[in-house]
Ligand binder design. Structure first.
Ligand code: PLP
Length: 384
């Protein structure tokens, strides 16, 4: 082997490549994909029409500032369009934030079961990932604060978090912000915020508006059903927007994505329908799965986390293999430190009924309801 081959910068080889949710099953049966928290209602018809219309002008570069999309978002939420930066999914924005605010020797902080992209973003920029334990599968503000050092530059929290589906109240987020040093950038990843129906929850717009060091990221991949188009946005203090705009690709949003995003922002009825569907079926799935003897972490998002007994036969991996044989694709979450769990996205009515029927078959085979073994979350796990 050549000894003078190019070598990636320190940290890169420590990254485990992100493994997305599966989309096919070995058995060749028609797959039902409930592994990536996508919208079972699809995209709004107006967004699809706008996307198709944009196909007439593929020879033109897009508007590099995504002006129409930023204005549509600003109008919808009452924000300053100049402080919105759009990206190819919120993934791009999370990476850009780490790229701009963290370097070798710096630390980036996130929670025990936090979204995997944070670790990747930190390591890619030569930073050191620091992980704060969670309490009852929830972000623990005190644990985060206890891990802040002179080297901390950025803190990522997903609220609600993926894959746990849990959230922390806005008062806790404010407490975190007020105790973090001013130089530390707090990134509030609110990818699932539209689904949350809790009085004590806010995505963080006001914190961004009133501080110089807080950014909120959002996505069109979930509630707007546009995951394929890769549309995310960040609401930032003006200085941070200006920094991101220097570094992002000059044409990081395609014209079809901009057009579809503008149309999606205007379609409140589609968004409301997606929220109502989720509210109904999240509750139904939670109740039905608990009846089978499996513990479910209470979720406020469009997915839920189920807990299986430890061990081979009736465990999460065995159940996943069984479900795949029925065409049902869920998400293994061992990479998130949750080897005894599976994550299930809320699907259409037929998909939800199919997954509960298959889980009932699995639970029946392994006597889960009788033993009640999996219904008892481990200490500190799955607590409400
Ligand atoms: C917590 C969280 N943040 C960000 C994202 C990235 O979303 P996208 O890049 O599609 O906008 C996801 C996607 O699953 C997520 O779960």
């Amino acid at each position: 082997m050549a000894t003078d081959a190019p070598v990636p910068r320190p940290g890169i080889l420590d990254i485990e490549a992100y493994v997305p949710g599966l989309s096919s099953v070995p058995s060749g049966v028609k797959p039902i994909k409930l592994s990536s928290n996508e919208n079972p209602l699809g995209a709004a018809p107006a967004a699809l029409a706008a996307y198709r219309a944009a196909a007439d002008h593929l020879e033109r570069y897009p508007d590099g500032s995504a002006t129409a999309l930023r204005r549509a978002i600003a109008g919808r939420y009452g924000l300053d369009a100049d402080r919105i930066v759009c990206g190819a999914g919120s993934d791009e924005l999370l990476s850009l934030l780490a790229h701009c605010y963290l370097g070798p020797g710096d630390e980036g902080l996130y929670t025990e079961h936090g979204f995997l992209v944070y670790r990747i973003a930190i390591l890619s920029n030569g930073g050191t990932p620091v992980v704060a334990p969670e309490k009852g599968l929830k972000t623990d503000v005190d644990a985060l604060l206890a891990r802040v050092t002179d080297k901390t530059r950025i803190v990522f929290i997903a609220n609600p978090n993926n894959p746990t589906g849990t959230y922390i109240p806005i008062d806790e987020v404010r407490r975190l912000r007020s105790r973090l040093p001013q130089r530390v950038l707090l990134v509030l990843d609110a990818a699932y915020s539209e689904y949350v129906r809790r009085n004590d929850y806010e995505a963080g717009l006001e914190l961004v508006a009133t501080t110089t060091n807080t950014v909120m990221t959002r996505t069109f991949s979930k509630i707007h059903g546009l995951a394929a188009l890769r549309i995310g946005w960040a609401y930032c203090p003006a200085e941070i927007a200006s920094v991101l705009n220097r570094v992002r690709g000059p044409f990081n949003m395609s014209s079809p994505a901009i057009a579809a995003g503008v149309a999606a922002m205007a379609d409140r009825a589609h968004e409301d329908a997606a929220v109502a569907h989720n509210e109904r079926w999240l509750a139904w799935l939670t109740a039905e799965i608990e009846k089978l003897g499996l513990a479910v972490t209470p979720s406020v998002a469009n997915f839920l986390l189920m807990h299986f007994p430890k061990g081979e036969a009736a465990g999460a991996v065995a159940c996943d293999t069984f479900l795949q044989s029925r065409g049902l694709i869920l998400r293994r979450v061992g990479a998130y430190g949750l080897p005894d769990c599976l994550r299930l996205t809320v699907g259409t009515e037929a998909e939800n009924r199919a997954v509960v029927a298959a889980l009932a078959e699995f639970a029946g085979k392994h006597g889960l309801a009788r033993s009640g073994e999996a219904a008892k979350p481990a200490p500190g796990k799955g607590a409400r």
